[in-house]
Ligand binder design. Structure first.
Ligand code: SF4
Length: 335
């Protein structure tokens, strides 16, 4: 079973690497922030078990994400994400196709979780996120995968599409602490988050990487399986994530140790509401918020059935996004 975890790893790159992006201005001084992850503090205060318990109880009436399915996943029922209460992953390997502060020299320890609550019609990784490719493992085994990534020198544990397995993940982090886990946890999400779930992650996650997909309810509903409430929840989520971890901080080697890194994938014909998104960030978060504006959209899965998203991104569409970022005074754009 172990080998099957690595079948798809090299093919996956959910975001472009921003290797050209060097953030010298944001490097911390020697007296900068602590480098040990927050979850150690929570465990020291004996608060992690309570979080695991609270998160697991949500499975009985699942409302981990804004789909609010209210199914009992402990009894095998499934909601929109198609996930049970047993965690399923497709790969766990060092990944170099993420932003440079996550990748560094040794890679980001990416664990790709199967299934997804958002179910976008253009999903690039639909085999995993929609068709559910992967293998079911125990929380203990997930903890062991985290330790293996740490031993390989990865700078962080990058939890890709984690929301629907948040209880298993926090349980695994707790188990991994006793096995020696000491690198920060990255919550790499599609931005469709419920406040209550995020609040239970406060003090556990050091780096949030939400991808903000839409600013318009109709577009969210049309392209992501009736997720009309996406913009509402994504905006609340961004603010909550920032409240918890603040601006992105790097260590002396330029590696992310804590903070918010926001992604935004440009969609053709302004479907993603890029200008509104940048304006929202400028008005609600510091102008120094790290933002990766991604221009690597390609039609995948069912996208060709939707004329407005049945093509890649034009140079002019990326250029106008950068122009808007400047217009709203945003100063930390990965490029
Ligand atoms: S995590 Fe899955 S079952 Fe739970 S509310 Fe979200 S989509 Fe529904």
């Amino acid at each position: 079973m172990e080998d099957s975890l690595f079948l798809m790893s090299s093919a996956l790159s959910l975001s472009p690497s921003s290797s050209r992006f060097r953030e010298k201005a944001f490097l911390e001084s020697k007296e900068g922030p602590k480098e040990y992850p927050s979850y150690l503090e929570l465990e020291k205060k004996a608060m992690l078990s309570e979080r695991v318990e609270k998160l697991y109880s949500i499975y009985e009436n699942c409302h981990l994400c804004p789909r609010d399915c209210r199914v009992n996943r402990k009894e095998g029922q499934v909601g929109r994400c198609q996930a049970t209460s047993r965690v399923k992953i497709s790969s766990a390997t060092p990944n170099f196709a993420q932003e440079s502060p996550l990748v560094g020299k040794s890679g980001s320890g990416a664990i790709f979780f199967s299934n997804c609550g958002l179910r976008s019609v253009y999903s690039q990784d639909y085999k995993i996120s929609i068709e559910g490719d992967g293998v079911e493992i125990s929380d203990q085994r997930l903890a062991e995968e985290m330790i293996k990534l740490q031993k390989k020198g990865c700078h962080n544990i990058n939890l890709v599409t984690p929301t629907h397995y948040a209880p298993n993940i926090v349980s695994a982090i707790q188990k991994a602490i006793s096995l020696g886990l000491r690198i920060p946890a990255v919550y790499n999400t599609r931005g469709y988050e419920r406040l209550e779930t995020l609040q239970l992650l406060d003090g556990i996650i050091d780096i949030y990487v939400p991808e903000c997909k839409y600013m318009d309810s109709e577009e969210a509903g049309k392209y992501s399986a009736e997720a009309y409430n996406y913009p509402h929840h994504a905006k609340l989520a961004l603010k909550e994530m920032y409240r918890q971890v603040g601006d992105l901080k790097l260590n002396q080697r330029g590696i992310a140790i804590r903070g918010l890194m926001v992604r935004h994938l440009i969609l053709p014909n302004r479907i993603a509401g890029t200008e509104k998104f940048l304006k929202f960030v400028a008005e609600n978060l510091p102008k120094t918020t790290y933002i990766n504006i991604m221009d690597n959209y390609k039609p995948a899965y069912q996208a060709m059935e939707y004329p407005k998203i049945a093509r890649g991104i034009r140079r002019s569409e990326y250029a106008e996004a950068i122009k808007w970022a400047k217009k709203y005074g945003l100063t930390r754009i990965a490029r």
